[in-house]
Write a protein that binds this ligand. Sequence first.
Ligand code: GLN
Length: 376
Amino acid sequence: MSKTSTRTAAALVLEDGRVFRGEAFGATGETFGEVVFCTAMTGYQETLTDPSYHRQIVVATAPQIGNTGWNDEDDESSRVWVSGYVVRDPARIASNWRSTRSLDDALVSQGVVGISGVDTRSLTRHLRERGAMRAGVFSGDALTGTEAMVGRVLESPRMLGADLAGEVTAAQPYVVPAQGERRFRVAALDLGIKSNTPRMMAARGIETHVLPATTTLDELLAVEADGVFLSNGPGDPATADHPVELTKAVLERRIPLFGICFGNQILGRALGLGTYKMRYGHRGINIPVIDVATGSVAITSQNHGFVIEGEPGADFDTPYGAATISHYCPNDGTVEGVRALDVPAFSVQYHPEAAAGPHDAANLFDQFVTLMEGGR
Ligand SMILES: NC(=O)CC[C@H](N)C(=O)O
């Protein structure tokens, strides 16, 4: 149990000159990133520790944040990755049987600069209309004149063209064992993998070999895996040339392949599709996805700002045979999945590992198992 006692003024400054004033939350200082909003009502610990949010300042649209504190179990990686956190009304008292400290304390101890007391509804409407953009959070000595702060924001790097997987990937390969008997071995390219992904695989008898983003084809093949997994991750998929080349080699060899989010964008590129930056992306845990083949809807966890080009349900030719746009989002018609029809490969833009989020899509890990069974 702890509370934010001192009130230090803070400002969120957007690159278009709009300023939102509030109070320092977490660490005091300055931070920069692309400001994006996340509509999840729960799961802030998973969001903040998801490497895909690297270099992003996340705005929580849920007005009350921090109620369940911070625990030792729900981290999706070894640290908080968001570059800043914007909330309306932080809980003054954290209360949960698993909580070991407050959200504020967790942010302070990891040096993450945040701001509270912001009219996050107004901010979200602004971002929805103008699109995600660069921003900075300033407090303490860093809080200066608006013009100077806007200038600092304009000097910070853009998300378009950002190559960030190398900044979040594991330095060394490591293995997550299967639970119970080992049925399969998977080589997982870590572009910003979340902890729950190998856990979901382990529960299905998969031993996961997590490999750094710079892994060569020879190193990948040396794992002698039954399947290859392409993880989620931060940055612009248009920069992910090395993972795309690896993926092409995997498709040529007909090794079963499954990808999530960044991994979907990489498979899309390997199949010849382009990617583009969305106006404000999809970030939340109740986003609908339609499976074109069955017409069924899954409610899913998502966080992406880029997307593959394509028409839902359209088949297209690739160097590896035919492929199809398998899933789309009914909110805006954007592509949510792609599947190769002549080689064993598929991927989705959403998060079947669902940390946090609903479990509607968990069966995609079972589909990966089925593909690997077919590959034997
Ligand atoms: N969660 C992810 O893998 C995100 C993929 C990519 N960085 C995007 O924003 O679209």
